[in-house]
Design a protein around this ligand. Structure first.
Ligand code: IMP
Length: 215
C-alpha cells in the first residue's frame, strides 16, 4: 500500500494512477507497463474523480487536462494518454476529435462507419495514430525535472472495410504499414509491440526511470 505521495518503498516502484476509466485503455497500458518501475493504482482504492472536459486544441493539451484533473482529485501522481487518428485525405481529421467523430452519442462502430463512408473508394488512404502521454504530480513528488510528455506514432492505411474483433476504437479499419492485417486482427501483444500507445508508454517508462535515478 502506498503512503499516497507516490512511493511504494517496499517494491521500489512508484505508484501512479492512470487518468482513464476506459477499460480497453487500462488493459493495454497495464500490459505495456508490466516491466516498468511504476505500480498502477487500482482506482477503487482512490477517491472518485469527475471526467474533465477534454476541450484542448491538441492531444498534448487534453492529456495534461486529464492527468491534472485526476492528480488534483486523488493526490496520486497521474499519467494520462490522449490519442488521435489523423487521416491525410480528410485534412488530418478526426485528430483530436477522434472519440466524437460521428457526433453526439458516437460509438466505436459509428465512428468507423463514418470514416469508411467519408473516404469512399479513394485510394489515398494513408493515416496515423498518435498518442501523447502526459504526467501530473511529479513536481510535487520531487521527481527530477517534474512533469513531462512524450508521444508515439503508428503509420498505416485505412482499410476498405472493417476486419477483426480485437482491440477497440478504429482498430478494425487500420492496417499498419508493413502488415496485411488490421490492428483488430492482431493479438494484444502484437498490437502493443508496434502501436502508438505501446511506443508512447515505453518512451514514458524509459524517461521516467531516468528521472527516478536522478531524483
Ligand atoms: P482518447 O481521447 O485518447 O480516449 O481517444 C480518442 C478516440 O480514439 C477513442 O474514442 C477511440 O475511438 C480512438 N482510439 C484511441 N486509441 C485507439 C487505439 O489504440 N486504437 C483504435 N482507436 C483508438
Amino acid at each position: 500500500m502506498s503512503d499516497h505521495n507516490g512511493r511504494t518503498p517496499a517494491e521500489g516502484a512508484f505508484l501512479v494512477v492512470l487518468a482513464t476509466r476506459n477499460p480497453d485503455k487500462i488493459r493495454e497500458i497495464t500490459a505495456i507497463l508490466r516491466d516498468a518501475r511504476v505500480e498502477v493504482a487500482d482506482p477503487a482504492d482512490l477517491p472518485r474523480w469527475d471526467e474533465p472536459l477534454e476541450d484542448g486544441e491538441t492531444l498534448e493539451d487534453n492529456a495534461y487536462i486529464k492527468a491534472k484533473a485526476v492528480y488534483d482529485a486523488t493526490g496520486v501522481p497521474s499519467v494520462a494518454d490522449d490519442t488521435g487518428l489523423e487521416v491525410d485525405a480528410i485534412g488530418g481529421a478526426p485528430g483530436v476529435r477522434s472519440s466524437r467523430y460521428s457526433g453526439e452519442g458516437a460509438t466505436y462502430e459509428s465512428n468507423c462507419a463514418k470514416l469508411l463512408s467519408d473516404l469512399g473508394e479513394t485510394s489515398a488512404r494513408s493515416a496515423r495514430f498518435r498518442t501523447v502521454v502526459a504526467t501530473a504530480g511529479l513536481d510535487d513528488a520531487g521527481i527530477a525535472g517534474g512533469d513531462f510528455d512524450v508521444d508515439g506514432v503508428l503509420e498505416g492505411e485505412i482499410s476498405s472495410e472493417r476486419r477483426g474483433s480485437g482491440g477497440f476504437g478504429y482498430d478494425p479499419v487500420f492496417v499498419p504499414n508493413g502488415s496485411d492485417r488490421t490492428l483488430a486482427e492482431m493479438t494484444s501483444d502484437e498490437k502493443n509491440a508496434i502501436s502508438h500507445r505501446g511506443r508512447a508508454f515505453r518512451k514514458f517508462a524509459a524517461e521516467f526511470s531516468r528521472r527516478l535515478d536522478a531524483s
